[in-house]
Design a protein around this ligand. Sequence first.
Ligand SMILES: Nc1nc2c(ncn2[C@@H]2O[C@H](COP(=O)(O)OP(=O)(O)OP(=O)(O)O)[C@@H](O)[C@H]2O)c(=O)[nH]1
Length: 303
Amino acid sequence: MHKMLVDFLYNSGDGYGVFDAKDQLVFANPALAEIFAIELEQLTGMSFANIIRHCHQQKSGLLIETTDLDDWLLYAGQRRRSVPFRIFEADTVTGHWYLMSEQCNAQGAILLHAKDITEQKRLQFALQQAEQLLRNQANTDVLTGIANRRYFMQQAGKVLKHQQRTGAACSLLMLDIDHFKQLNDAHGHLAGDKALQFICEHIQSQLRNYDLFARYGGEEFVILLADIAATEAVQVAERIQQQLASHPMSYRTKTLPIELSVGIAELQPQQSLTELLQHADKALYQAKAAGRNCCIVAKTSAL
Ligand SMILES: Nc1nc2c(ncn2[C@@H]2O[C@H](COP(=O)(O)OP(=O)(O)OP(=O)(O)O)[C@@H](O)[C@H]2O)c(=O)[nH]1
């Protein structure tokens, strides 16, 4: 090889290596030796399979995550030389990422090039996490930590479609704290905020993981119960009310009783989310009119 080229390869921060047609590594530069975490003198002459075995056994160099190394090697063997050029990402035990490219010539020799992309990957992960955080924030009510109305509307539409397609039951509960203004006025807004958080924790503890529970407005909440008919939904609502009565909220030195009125509507065929919400809202209004701290099921007839 031309001396200049050899010097370049030896001093390059990118890893370079050449595997012959029998998959023996006939040339490697120091950067590649570092990636595999094998001394350069030892590395040169090793077969691809032995390099991978070494990394796997020593838990050093390339991160080989498998419980069946022979299977891993078989799979890798099928991919190597399957195309004249291929590109893939690989990471090391120490958390570095490399963009690997393999160029295969007509005789079956492979030129391997490994470029450090750790910084790009770090930024990519950070961006993904930031996106996830933003998505969560956009869907979450800040005060209570439960889903907000926006998220509810998005998800409820999907649940309704699914339930209507399969003909399964579905009930919507609309819950509103009774005389909440009085609580705020008597004990302060902070007590009101604590009450909202307390109620959310309380309701959440009574629900299944996949029930859709959201803060719909100030002191109003919605719960969408898939596969639950109105008669069963009443039991859920009454359990929430009874538990709330027997476990009142403590605030500073006081005990603050909190009560809820609940309107329930069962999903009808062809009904839209807006219509279902209207029915539950009307039932909630009736529960308030009936004296509060009770639960009313909407009539299935038109509003
Ligand atoms: N502390 C606190 N209060 C809130 C929040 N959102 C809404 N509210 C209060 O909730 C109260 C709702 O009052 P109303 O609509 O009159 O209802 P209510 O007093 O519960 O009466 P009924 O629903 O008829 O039983 C208002 O005083 C709002 O200020 C909040 O995030 N924190």
